[in-house]
Design a protein. Structure first.
Length: 563
C-alpha cells in the first residue's frame, strides 16, 4: 500500500494543508512546531493498529476536539483528515480482495484508489467515510473496510528520539523489536506452539496433582486446572536483539544509541519487505514505514550514509518510507521533489498556521537552505554535488576542469587513473567554496572528498580549507603553474597547445584587454574551451606531455586509497 496524499483541516497548526507524497520515499522537514509530528499523528490515527498485544504499552492519546482543533479556527469548525492511498492487487492482495468482496465491486482494477476520511465535530463525535475510486462506500462496507485497515499492521512508526518500548524479561526491563509476521511464519509458529502446548499440559498434570494435594489440606476445597495463556501469538512478536562483535554477542541495549536506532529501523524495513514478498499469503497488505528523526545520535557522515541506504531500500524494495527530519543528509538528494517542507506563516509577529513550501526540480534547494540556515542562492550552485549518486567525490570548479580530468583518465596511462566509485562534480566557481557552512555539509555528505580550485584563488581559499581541517595535497589542491595566465588548470597544459590556440585566435587575445568586463569574460571562457578542445585533439598525449597533471592524479590516488 502507498500513501499518495494527505488533506488536513483544523488540526493543531495544520489549518488547511494538502501534502503529496512522490514515489516510495519522502522526507518531511521544517522547523520545530512546523507541523511534522502533527502530520504523522494524522496518518497514525487513520491507520492505527487496534489489535496490539496485551503486554505492550501504548501511550497514544485519543484525538479529541478540544485539544486538537486549530486555536485560531472558528469554534464550530470540524476537524477533518483525508488519507488518499493506492492499493495494488500484487502487493496488497488482502485489502484488494476484501474491498472487492465487501463493496461488491466485481470490476475493481488491479490498482485502485482508496480514501479514508475522518471528521471530528465539537461534540467529539467521530465520523468515518471510505471512498473507492472517488465513490463513497455504503455504511456497512465503510465500517468493515475501516476495521480491516485499523486491525492490520499497515503502518509501522519508529520514533528515533522518543522512549523505546520496553518489555519485562528474565533480566529485567529490556527494549525489543516488534517483528511483523507473515502468514507463513504465523502458521509455522502456531504448529510449534501446539506441539509445545501438548508437552506443557503433560508437565502441568504433575504440578496440578501436587498443588491439589496441598490445597486439599485447607478447609475450603478447590479444583485446580493449569492452562496456558491464549492469544500471545498475534500479528507481531517481540524480539530481543544482539549484535556480534569479535565473536561475542552483545545485547543491543549495550551498544551506542546511534547503532541501536539504525538497527531497529533496518529491522522494521526488513519486516515490511518480508510481508510484501510473502507470495503465498493472500491476506497480506504491504506496510508503510514512518521514521521520525532517523538521524538521531549519528555523526553527520553516518547520517549521510544511512540516508542513502534508507532511500535506496525504499526504491529497491518498493516499500513506502516516510521520514521526518532536521538533517540535510536525510533529505532526498537524488529526487528533491520528494522533500516536503513545512513552514509557519507569521502574522503581526505571531506564528500562525502551517503551510507546505513548494519544492520542485527548479526549487530543489528550499529544504536544504531551511535546515542549513542559508539563502537559496548560496545552495543553488551545489546542485550537481548535492544530487551526486556515489559515496566519493572530486570537486572541481567547473565543467571544463571535469572534462580535462576525465579525458586524461580515459587514456589508460599508468599513474593517470581515477579510483573506482568516484564522481567528478563541478561546484560552480571559487565563490561557492567560501560558504563554509555549505562546504562542511558537502564534505560530510561523502565518505571521501578531494577538492580542486585554480591557483589564483589559493590565497582566498586556504583559510577556509584550514578551518575545515583540510590538508593541501591530501584533501585539496590548487591547480596551475607560476606565470601570467597559468594560475589555473590550463597552466598544466603543454606550451604546444597554448601556442596553437593563441596563434589562431588573435582577436580573443586582444579582447582580454578590453575595458568591457563582459567582453573580457566572454573571451576568457571561449579561450578556455578552445584550449580544452585542442588538448583533447592531441594524438601524442603521454606521461611526458601530461607531466603537469601528474601531481594532481597522484594526490587523487592517495586521497581515495583504501583505508
Amino acid at each position: 500500500m502507498k500513501i499518495d496524499s494527505v488533506e488536513i483541516k483544523n488540526f493543531r497548526t495544520l489549518q488547511n494543508v494538502s501534502v503529496n507524497f512522490d514515489g516510495y520515499f519522502a522526507s518531511i522537514s521544517g522547523r520545530n512546531n512546523a507541523g511534522k509530528s502533527s502530520l504523522v499523528r494524522v496518518i497514525k490515527s487513520l491507520l492505527k493498529n487496534s489489535n496490539k498485544e496485551v503486554f505492550f504499552f501504548d501511550d497514544d492519546e485519543e484525538l479529541n476536539y478540544r485539544s486538537s482543533r486549530t486555536q485560531w479556527a472558528a469554534e464550530d469548525e470540524v476537524i477533518e483528515f483525508t488519507l488518499n492511498m493506492s492499493v495494488s492487487k500484487s502487493s496488497d492482495p488482502g485489502l484488494h480482495s476484501f474491498v472487492k468482496k465487501i463493496a461488491e465491486l466485481d470490476n475493481l482494477e488491479d490498482v485502485f484508489k482508496i480514501s479514508t476520511q475522518l471528521k471530528i465535530d465539537p461534540k467529539d463525535e467521530h465520523e468515518i467515510q471510505i471512498f473507492v475510486n472517488g465513490e463513497e462506500l455504503q455504511k456497512y462496507a465503510t465500517g468493515e473496510v475501516y476495521r480491516r485497515l485499523s486491525s492490520s499492521n499497515v503502518v509501522a512508526i519508529h520514533d528515533s528520539a522518543g522512549a523505546q518500548r520496553r518489555i519485562f524479561s528474565p533480566k529485567g526491563m529490556a527494549s525489543y523489536h516488534e517483528m511483523m509476521l507473515s502468514k507463513t511464519e504465523k502458521d509455522e509458529l502456531k504448529k510449534e506452539q501446539e506441539r509445545i502446548k501438548k508437552k506443557v499440559r503433560k508437565f502441568a498434570q504433575e504440578h496440578r496433582s501436587e498443588l491439589s494435594e496441598m490445597l486439599g489440606k485447607l478447609e475450603e476445597k478447590y479444583e485446580v486446572e493449569l492452562t496456558m495463556f491464549d492469544g500471545v501469538l498475534r500479528d507481531t512478536i517481540p524480539l530481543g536483539i544482539n549484535l556480534r562483535d569479535k565473536g561475542v554477542d552483545v545485547p543491543l541495549d549495550d551498544w551506542g544509541a546511534g547503532t541501536q536506532n539504525r538497527t531497529r529501523i533496518m529491522m522494521s524495513i526488513l519486516s515490511a519487505s518480508k510481508i510484501k514478498n510473502q507470495a503465498d499469503d493472500e491476506n497480506r497488505i504491504t506496510p508503510i514505514i514512518i521514521i521520525e528523526e532517523p538521524e538521531s545520535f549519528l555523526h553527520p557522515s553516518a547520517q549521510a550514509e544511512f540516508g542513502r541506504v534508507i532511500r535506496s531500500l525504499a526504491r529497491e524494495l518498493q516499500v513506502q518510507i516516510l521520514i521526518t527530519t532536521h538533517s540535510p543528509y536525510m533529505l532526498c538528494q537524488e529526487h528533491p521533489e520528494s522533500n516536503i517542507l513545512l513552514n509557519r506563516k507569521v502574522s503581526r509577529g505571531k506564528l500562525k498556521e502551517s503551510n507546505v513550501v513548494p519544492v520542485t526540480a527548479e526549487k530543489w534547494m528550499e529544504p536544504f537552505g531551511e535546515i542549513l540556515g542559508l539563502q537559496d542562492e548560496s545552495v543553488e550552485p551545489w546542485s550537481h554535488v548535492v544530487k551526486a549518486k556515489k559515496d566519493n567525490a572530486i570537486l572541481v570548479e567547473g565543467d571544463i576542469d571535469k572534462e580535462y580530468i576525465e579525458h586524461i583518465a580515459s587514456l589508460g596511462l599508468k599513474g593517470f587513473e581515477l579510483p573506482d566509485d568516484v564522481e567528478i562534480l563541478p561546484y560552480g566557481g571559487k565563490d561557492a567554496l567560501k560558504n563554509s557552512i555549505m562546504l562542511k555539509f558537502v564534505i560530510q555528505k561523502f565518505d571521501k572528498v578531494f577538492i580542486t580550485f585554480d591557483l589564483d584563488a589559493k590565497s582566498e581559499l586556504s583559510r577556509v580549507m584550514g578551518q575545515l581541517g583540510l590538508v593541501e595535497e591530501v584533501s585539496f589542491m590548487a591547480l596551475g603553474a607560476e606565470g601570467d595566465g597559468k594560475d589555473c588548470i590550463e597552466g598544466l597544459v603543454s606550451q604546444k597547445v597554448h601556442s596553437a590556440v593563441y596563434g589562431a585566435n588573435a582577436d580573443l587575445i586582444l579582447a582580454l584587454g578590453s575595458c568591457d568586463g563582459a567582453r573580457r569574460k566572454s573571451a576568457k571562457n571561449q579561450l578556455k574551451r578552445k584550449i580544452l578542445d585542442e588538448f583533447k585533439s592531441q594524438n601524442d598525449l603521454d606521461s611526458s606531455t601530461l607531466k603537469g597533471f601528474r601531481p594532481l592524479f597522484s594526490s587523487i590516488s592517495r586521497a581515495f586509497k583504501a583505508g
